[in-house]
Design a protein around this ligand. Sequence first.
Ligand code: HEC
Ligand code: HEC
Length: 176
Amino acid sequence: MNTASGITWKNLLTLILAVGGTTLLIAQAPANDEAIFPMPTGKTYVNECGSCHTAYAPGLLPARSWRKMMGELENHFGEDASLADPQQLEILKALESLAADSAQATMRMRRIHGAIPTNTAPQRITETGYFKYMHDEVRPSIWKRKKIGTLANCIACHSRANEGRYGEREIRIPQQ
Ligand code: HEC
Ligand code: HEC
């Protein structure tokens, strides 16, 4: 990873593509467009949905994806992740209100949503166009490192992913 070159330019480019930018917007892009996603308040979400893997930021998928997933938790990627009704409902509401297509979505979340065909409800963040685009410079051999293992292991590299923070400065790629 090389923070000095390609990476920053990629962020700028996505922003320019998204807003058709003026010089002023381009100059301000990195500060205003940090990869920070709102997370559900309280501990329920991180406790229940962060026990097997990263507690993924709701803004990485649209509400229809979360609704589908929360409706079939007993068969969740081959695991039983079912919850008691009150928690299930609390989490679903939080996911819907902070989803990529929610009313308060940031510009970055809108871009994520814009790249997902409306007639689909993807269940994997790692299969969205945005994820693939953001990680196309990560070599396949890196994903296979022992401390990473799968693309879905965001927190292996994004040390503050459970707080919704994916900014470049908080990326630490494990060396093995
Ligand atoms: C019992 C363990 C377990 C619990 C609890 C659990 N999950 Fe998962 N989840 C999995 C497994 C296993 C996968 C597949 C991971 C992989 O392929 O690397 C997965 C994958 C996912 C993915 C797709 C990741 C990708 O590839 O982009 C999402 C999104 C997700 N889970 C959300 C949730 C949410 C929301 C909750 C809480 C309601 C939850 N999970 C609770 C085990 C769990
Ligand atoms: C192998 C380490 C690694 C893993 C695992 C990983 N990422 Fe990344 N991620 C990176 C790198 C490297 C970048 C590139 C930074 C750039 O180009 O700006 C990046 C960029 C991003 C960005 C854009 C950051 C920015 O500043 O614009 C987001 C959002 C993101 N990743 C989310 C995720 C999510 C969500 C997951 C898990 C589903 C994940 N990442 C898993 C290494 C990783």
